[in-house]
Write a protein that binds this ligand. Sequence first.
Ligand code: HSE
Length: 311
Amino acid sequence: MLRESIKVRAPATVANVSCGFDCLGYAISDPADIVTISKNNDPGIEISISGMKADTIPTIAENNTAGKALLSLLEVLNIKQGFKVHIEKGIHPGSGLGSSAASAVAAVFGANVLLGSPLKLEDLLIHCMNGEIVSSGFAHADNVAPALLGGFILVRSYDPLDILKLPIPEKLLSINVLPDYIVNTKEARAILPKDIALTSAIKQLGNLSGFITGLYEKDFALMSRSMVDLFAEPFRSGLIPGYDSMRQSVMDSGAIGCGISGSGPSVFALSDSLNKANIIGKAMVSSFKKSGLESKLFISPVNRLPPKILD
Ligand code: HSE
């Protein structure tokens, strides 16, 4: 007997990880979005939203990342089933913590279960990516892939889609600080240059390869010197008040690396100990405070789990 309704939790994610613009990302434990999705006798997708900055998110399915992702899923399955979707935002939109990705992943994952699981987990990815077009203008996978599949992910290729799961060194912790303001992902992408100098591309290739080797070798020093962003950070750091001095104080506190989470304004750091992670988190929060911004701190290991069915 197929169920009529399901409640799914999908977590926040950190995209780019400094050296892997649009191709590197990992999931964390908190915050998360919770989506309740029920079959509806009427066709179409009815969306309601509560929680963090809910009133800033469109409820028309075509304009909502979860709605768009569901429409993509239904189109491929050639099914007319209607759904009622309630999104409880635990991750505020425009945070740089994969807010749109979490909603899309929870909705698509839940709908697939309600439909009798016609698609495998990996085959849901493309629909979640299609949801991202609404919020960022591009079907990037570096948030949706880790939110859906769990763990640390490399998008080796977009066409054809080739997603690789990377190893996670045991002691690795993520520190995430979310200041109380919104950066629009589309705008944060629009300020990036369309072309990158070959000299910068060479450096970034070396850094991404070095970082991934570091994950495999559990070599935190190699990961640390590889966590440099020449593609996005130089253009986006101005969107985050006090970013340069905050980054310096985080690195001085013993972080493996520190950068802008996704398109910001959240910042992230990696650490190899809880003690250091607490110090790093405090440094980030107090830096935002100096700029007059309240912020929230999350410390967690990389989350290896797929979305969780709550009910
Ligand atoms: N890779 C994307 C970007 C992530 O940096 O624009 C958006 O969260």
